[in-house]
Design a protein around this ligand. Structure first.
Ligand SMILES: NC(=O)c1ccc[n+]([C@@H]2O[C@H](COP(=O)([O-])OP(=O)(O)OC[C@H]3O[C@@H](n4cnc5c(N)ncnc54)[C@H](OP(=O)(O)O)[C@@H]3O)[C@@H](O)[C@H]2O)c1
Length: 292
């Protein structure tokens, strides 16, 4: 199998390239080589590389900025995936598209299945939902993988922001009334390749196991970071409410995803987010020691 990963410079894109499937060749195409919003460049890339599978890990992921740049977000998250899906059909390649828990409003209290009603609260969520629909319209048997709260050792993410703020300020205030599941790019990448190998199509949810508030997640980062000497100082995490931390984009209160369908296809549940966090922070510590 020959696979192309778009957005290969991002957290998930890098992980998809770093953890290729055993029977596959993976070509990572970063933004500098391919703007997925350029239909001519997309067609050209597909003609040149002739992949069996394309995994679209490119996205406009600046959730708050999207509120003031809706057109830019829509171009990348909604229009481009639809064009990519049509172009993939044209060369007989399957498309795997990555989407988000932010397609839900998070107003309930039970884990959300792929069939749960969608109701995005933000421009980012709405454009990602439109992207899913355009992909499925163009390629009815495409695979759409919704995930949540993605982190990796390298990249812009909550874990790295917390580590930085804890070092700089010693105290961070973190919302304790929004719940989801921290998910680590390496595990997610391997699950995506597993779903591709199993021939899955339609919408699948995949996150690590377990659930947490952002506060719980920050506390775990503090504990684990302190144990691994990553903070350099005693840090404190203070729980606050969403109302005390207003952001331009509204976020779901409860967007824990029910991943049982994907776990069944894969024949394995995901490991708990705390185990994946511990491994990721061990990697951060190793890299920092090497660079010291
Ligand atoms: N991060 C999360 O918490 C999260 C949660 C749920 C779902 N997801 C979904 O998971 C997927 C991967 O996200 P991620 O965490 O890996 O995000 P990321 O680290 O921000 O990576 C996204 C990548 O897409 C690239 N990109 C943006 N516009 C592009 C364009 N027009 N053409 C080609 N590449 C473009 C970005 O390049 P630049 O950096 O140069 O802009 C970046 O390398 C996305 O579909 C996202 O919606 C993420």
């Amino acid at each position: 199998m020959k696979a192309v990963v778009t957005g290969a410079g991002g957290q998930l894109g890098q992980a998809l390239v770093a953890h290729p499937p055993a029977d596959g060749e993976v070509v990572g195409v970063p933004r500098a080589s391919l703007d997925i919003a350029d239909p001519v460049a997309v067609a050209d890339m597909l003609r040149r590389l002739r992949p069996d599978v394309v995994v679209n890990a490119a996205a406009y992921t600046a959730v708050d900025r999207a509120e003031t740049e809706p057109e830019a977000a829509r171009r990348v998250n909604a229009e481009a995936p639809g064009v990519l899906a049509s172009a993939c059909c044209g060369v007989g390649a399957r498309l795997v598209h990555v989407s988000t828990d932010f397609v839900f409003d998070g107003g309930g209290g039970a884990p959300l299945t792929p069939e749960s009603p969608t109701e995005p609260l933000s421009v980012y969520g709405a454009t990602k939902l439109e992207g899913e629909r355009r992909v499925q319209d163009a390629m009815p048997d495409a695979l759409v993988v919704r995930t949540a709260w993605v982190c990796s050792a390298h990249g812009r993410n909550f874990m790295n922001t917390m580590l930085r703020l804890m070092r700089e300020r010693g105290e961070v205030r973190v919302v304790c009334d929004q719940f989801g599941t921290p998910t680590f790019a390496g595990d997610l990448a391997q699950a995506i390749w597993g779903l591709v190998g199993a021939g899955a199509s339609g919408i699948r949810h995949w996150t690590q196991s377990g659930a947490a508030s952002w506060y719980d997640f920050a506390e775990a980062i503090r504990r684990e970071g302190q144990n691994r000497d990553l903070l350099g100082t005693e840090a404190r995490v203070v729980p606050i409410s969403t109302e005390e931390f207003p952001t331009p984009a509204r976020r779901p209160r409860f967007s824990v995803l029910d991943c049982s369908l994907a776990y069944t296809t894969l024949g394995a549940t995901a490991r708990h987010w705390q185990d994946a966090l511990a491994e990721t922070l061990a990697e951060v510590a190793r890299v920092e020691q090497q660079n010291a």
